[in-house]
Design a protein around this ligand. Structure first.
Ligand SMILES: Cc1cc2nc3c(=O)[nH]c(=O)nc-3n(C[C@H](O)[C@H](O)[C@H](O)COP(=O)(O)O)c2cc1C
Length: 214
């Protein structure tokens, strides 16, 4: 009996240590299942939609981040298609999340975040100071090689999908009483370098996320 207690205690200790080390090291993050309702009607969310350019220091929760990423461009059908439309249904827009813990890549199929770098880049990716005050920053990156060859205008397709993702984020954030803003004034060279992007990958927009500073 005592042996069993020792083994269970040791296992729980290992699990605790593993969890703590994962958080400290900024390891991959399993997101929560997105909520199916925020209790806010779509017309109410449109009424609430606005840009926020001043943020409180309080961090947003993993639950909020999970909802926002799924709403942004998550899988919403068995076909694997997304909450945002795209030319020929191709998936050419990647989302990255920049936080105090580092930079993460959003995998919509697994609905999880994988670590890209544990460097804190919040103050380095925008040309506007207020952006670094946000809790998290979503970065939209388009990959031209994944856009269908029949797309008449690949550049337009990339920006159009990014715009749709942006509005998904705006409406969801505002419905959750969080602030965000569509920002084109970004430091593409820093993002390309630090995220180790390929030549054909282009950062289009960034969107700070956080509690509005009143
Ligand atoms: C294409 C586009 C690019 C934008 N780029 C920036 C930007 O670089 N920096 C910024 O602070 N806001 C940017 N904005 C946000 C606008 O400033 C904001 O939408 C505008 O002031 C209207 O305010 P509202 O969103 O609250 O209605 C951008 C908006 C759009 C649509």
């Amino acid at each position: 009996m005592r042996m069993r207690i020792l083994v269970v205690g040791f296992s729980l200790g290992c699990l605790f240590l593993f969890t703590v080390c994962s958080v400290v090291a900024g390891a991959d993050i399993a997101l929560e299942k997105p909520r199916t309702s925020l209790g806010v009607d779509i017309m109410e969310a449109l009424q609430m939609r606005k840009s926020t350019k001043s943020y409180a220091t309080k961090e947003i929760s993993i639950r909020d981040l999970s909802n926002l990423l799924w709403a942004a461009n998550g899988v919403n059908r068995n076909s694997g298609k997304r909450t945002a439309p795209s030319s020929y249904g191709r998936h050419y827009t990647d989302l990255y999340v920049v936080s105090n813990q580092g930079v993460y890549f959003y995998d919509p199929v697994k609905h999880s975040l994988s670590l890209v770098t544990n460097e804190n880049l919040k103050s380095r990716i925008a040309n506007q100071k207020y952006v670094e005050g946000a809790s998290h920053i979503i970065v939209m990156v388009s990959d031209s090689t994944r856009i269908h060859f029949r797309s008449k205008n690949k550049v337009a397709a990339a920006w159009a999908t990014a715009g749709c993702i942006a509005q998904n984020i705006y409406l969801t954030a505002c419905a959750m009483n969080l602030g965000t803003c569509l920002v084109v004034n970004l430091k593409a060279d820093v993002i390309k370098d630090k995220f180790e992007l390929k030549e054909h990958q282009t950062p289009l927009f960034i969107m700070p996320l956080g509690y509005p500073q009143h």
